[in-house]
Design a protein around this ligand. Structure first.
Ligand SMILES: C[S@@+](CC[C@H](N)C(=O)[O-])C[C@H]1O[C@@H](n2cnc3c(N)ncnc32)[C@H](O)[C@@H]1O
Length: 244
């Protein structure tokens, strides 16, 4: 299933990057909400090793590198990483880009990463527990894993209607097949309790949860739906590695 998702991202990469036009100024947690420049969930990254999981074209990793971080970006789509390489060259920024599944971080030493970050990639991962364990191994004790994904309450909605109406049960964890730009993808619904308990079981302490509201008055992105005025589109979680 992971290889199908990587292949889907390979097919969609060019169109996605053309449409999304993500900024490299500050790491973004999702569409139409404040960025890391406002939220400051990672703290000062200067001189710190920051790992991005599912980095796509690495816009966030580039922002970390511009802020002085030693940035490492992991993605399993060769096409997405090709865009990342071009963007790094264009912006003259160094990011250590790795073609890998985020569920297998064998190329990183244990206790070697100061912060892990992921924006809108965990919703393509079925077994998040495995990712949490892999990231736990490479993080230093006390270091944060900060991630965003579609809010589980939004995920079950038909976003084309406003106010949004439920289109699947909150309790239904079966994979969701959907088309995006003519490409078939599979998404995974992680309930809030699944996320929280998955982190606790993998020995993290959740210390922050954010449900950002759309920025009032700001121009709306390619991703905008009016349903985003009714429910949080994005859930952000920060968890810290407890002892080994
Ligand atoms: C929506 S993009 C997010 C990237 C970036 N944050 C953005 O907003 O454009 C999702 C990315 O996650 C990557 N991805 C999904 N599952 C992955 C996995 N198991 N291992 C590595 N990368 C993965 C995809 O290839 C894709 O580039």
């Amino acid at each position: 299933m992971a290889s199908e998702t990587a292949a889907a991202w390979d097919r969609f990469a060019a169109e996605y990057q053309r449409q999304a036009q993500l900024s490299t100024v500050a790491a973004q947690y999702g569409p139409d909400i404040p960025t890391e420049a406002d939220l400051r969930l990672l703290g000062d990254v200067k001189g710190r090793r920051v790992l991005e999981l599912g980095c796509g074209a690495a816009q966030c990793s580039i922002a970390f590198a511009k802020a002085g971080a030693i940035a490492i970006g992991v993605d399993f789509s060769a096409e997405q990483l090709g865009h990342a390489r071009q963007l790094c060259d264009r912006e003259e920024v160094k990011v250590d880009l790795r073609l890998a599944d985020m569920a297998d971080l064998a190329f990183l030493r244990a206790d070697s990463v100061d912060a892990a970050f992921s924006s809108y990639a965990f919703n393509y991962v079925e077994d998040l527990g495995r990712v949490f364990r892999q990231v736990h191994r490479v993080l230093k004790v006390g270091a944060p894993l900060v991630f965003s994904l579609p809010h589980p309450a939004y995920f079950v909605m038909d976003e084309d209607s406003a106010p949004p109406v439920t289109e699947r049960s909150y309790f239904d964890r079966s994979p969701e097949r959907f088309q995006w730009g003519g490409v078939g993808f599979t998404g995974y619904h992680h309930t809030f309790a699944d996320l929280y308990m998955g982190l606790v079981r993998a020995s993290y302490r959740v210390d922050l949860v954010v449900e950002p509201e759309p920025i009032p008055g700001a121009p709306r992105s390619w991703f905008w739906h009016d349903a985003m005025d009714w429910l949080p589109r994005t859930l952000i979680v920060r968890a810290r590695k407890e002892g080994n």
